[in-house]
Unconditional design. Structure first.
Length: 403
């Protein structure tokens, strides 16, 4: 399936101006773009809104079963994208059919039982603790010192971890996501922590997410539940952290949201929704695999080809965004949480929204005169085609006392 004009799915464009890059890809290739992953591995990137709806809405033709991939014989053992793609990994990400529906129901039911008032209390408490640690300095990096520390602390509490385990889980997860020399150690720490918690809850159930997953009658093994907890933690932490960071950046650099910096709250939800349309944390997702030869967006897709979900590209598709307007308010027809039976479970979306909104509101409440400490154009993004978030968000404010 390799084509001579395939686009390498890396490079500075994803850090500097991905919107322009997606426009150029669409102009040159249409709604379905031939791309090359690390090492020259071919795939298709779906940028069309309608085409992405087709792929995510047809799990029979476009399966989540990565064993179907026709490139496995070309994938070295140390390929850096292996953790993202997964091969024979016993998690919900690669389960299909009825077993997937049972597994999704187990996770959804366990998350749906989270008390929304308790969730907000946890989020406020941890957010206040983080602000207490930086508020006297008059300056801070809201990525390293705040957004990258908050979601996993809240999730750990919901799952059933004692609060003293929180900082270690934060470090391990961020090391794993960073993908550098500490990545494997972070993954090992996180996996070991999940296994220990599951063993404890087997002996002493409690009112938490892990206990509810273990009580489900569908017969999933402890290994499967541990794998799902790893997925839930990674998927719940990094995109939510980037949702906080990207929304704060928008509110600090766009005059439309200035009211929120002076006590207003109406614009917080609007800013968060606009980020999901225009600057979504999860840009591209791997993937789906064609179960037979087919046509998609005018392209001949062969059985076993990998199809990447271009969430941000679809959100900005001019076929559905004809006036190129910013979409705020209540329009939530974006792809930022996916679509179809493998989309982010609705209870997980609600939890992420509560954590992100609470995190933003605590910043604005505690640091009311907050301002960007560097020129907006100097803010840099991580160079990833998969997740879009800031490296740093330096701010300054009047020093205040911790509570």
């Amino acid at each position: 399936m390799t084509t001579p004009d395939a686009v390498p799915l890396d490079g500075p464009g994803f850090r500097t101006d991905p919107a322009r890059l997606y426009r150029e890809m669409r102009r040159d290739h249409g709604a379905v773009v031939p791309v090359l992953l690390h090492g020259g591995i071919p795939a298709w990137l779906v940028l069309g809104y309608r085409e992405l709806h087709q792929v995510t809405g047809d799990p029979v033709l476009f399966s989540r079963d990565s064993d179907l991939w026709n490139q496995w014989e070309n994938i070295p053992a140390d390929w850096p994208l292996r953790p993202m793609i997964g091969h024979r990994q016993p998690s919900i990400l690669y389960t299909v059919g009825e077993r997937h529906r049972q597994r999704a129901a187990m996770i959804g039911n366990a998350l749906e039982a989270v008390d929304p008032f308790e969730l907000r209390r946890h989020a406020e408490r941890f957010a206040d603790e983080l602000i207490d640690a930086l508020c006297a300095a008059g300056e801070a990096d809201l990525i390293a010192q705040y957004s990258m520390l908050l979601p996993v602390r809240v999730l750990a509490r919901l799952y059933g971890f004692p609060d003293e385990d929180g900082p270690g889980l934060v470090t391990a997860l961020n090391d794993m996501i960073d993908g550098r020399e500490r990545a494997l150690a972070g993954q090992s720490h996180l996996a070991g922590s999940m296994e220990r918690l599951i063993a404890e809850r087997r002996k002493e159930p409690a009112d938490d997410v892990v206990s509810r997953m273990l009580a489900d009658g569908s017969g999933f093994t402890d290994e499967e539940i541990a794998q799902d907890l790893m997925v839930m933690t990674a998927a719940g932490h990094q995109p939510t952290a980037d949702w906080i960071g990207n929304s704060l950046r928008l509110m600090l650099t766009d005059d439309r949201f200035a009211a929120s910096l002076f006590g207003g709250r109406h614009s917080v939800a609007e800013a968060m929704n606009e980020v999901l349309w225009e600057d979504t944390p999860t840009q591209n997702v791997a993937g789906r695999w064609a179960t037979r030869d087919t046509r998609l967006g005018g392209r001949s897709v062969r059985a076993g080809d990998m199809v990447l979900l271009g969430l941000q590209g679809a959100n900005s598709d001019p076929q559905v965004r004809t006036d190129a307007s910013a979409l705020t308010g209540g329009n939530s027809a974006h792809f930022s949480f996916g679509h179809g039976e493998h989309s982010c479970p609705f209870p997980a979306q609600e939890i992420a929204e509560v954590i992100a909104r609470t995190g933003i509101e605590v910043v604005l409440d505690r640091l009311p005169d907050i301002d960007l400490a560097v020129p907006a154009e100097s803010l840099a993004r991580r160079p990833s085609p998969w997740l879009r978030g800031l490296n740093r968000l330096p701010v300054r404010f009047t020093p205040v006392l911790a509570r």
